[in-house]
Ligand binder design. Sequence first.
Ligand SMILES: Cc1cc2nc3c(=O)[nH]c(=O)nc-3n(C[C@H](O)[C@H](O)[C@H](O)COP(=O)(O)O)c2cc1C
Length: 167
Amino acid sequence: MTAAQAVAPVLTEFFTEAMTQLVSGVAVITARRADGMPCGLLVSSICSYSVHPPSVLIAIDQSTRSYTTLTSCEEFGTHLLGREHTDIANTFAGQADDKFAGLSWSWDGTVPQLDDVPVYLNCVVSALFYHGDHAISIGVVKNGYVRPSEPLVYFRRGLNWRLRAYV
Ligand SMILES: Cc1cc2nc3c(=O)[nH]c(=O)nc-3n(C[C@H](O)[C@H](O)[C@H](O)COP(=O)(O)O)c2cc1C
């Protein structure tokens, strides 16, 4: 065994623990599968990439069922969640056959659009990169809406961390 192999598991644990200190928002990313059905997953790997053009960056794990769709689709939906949306977050973080069952949603072109979320962005894929076991997709925002809300925060391995409790 080489020194690098011996260190790797420790480094993974260290990195995972270190990232629990990063405060993230969470978003549901949706797209249309090749068979015409909607798919989606919860991500915390999302950031505002640029304003010119208005773009978001997301990272998708190749082990997810959504990976094939999100690395081949032309557009995807980004839904930033509010603090009242832990149920939706848990649904899209899970493996249900139909994550959209019981939710209010409609097609926005080829994008499944969830209703009643604080922020919806229709994003056209403009770049894809592959690194390690994830794909990075950059989507240019074509339309959407913003409503006032308190965000759903992911911190210390938990959803809805109350930042106020820290003050
Ligand atoms: C808080 C949280 C953040 C997550 N962030 C990501 C992420 O950024 N990228 C990703 O590919 N999966 C992420 N996941 C895992 C996916 O949501 C999960 O694997 C999901 O079941 C994938 O669904 P699918 O297999 O139907 O595509 C996250 C899960 C949680 C609970």
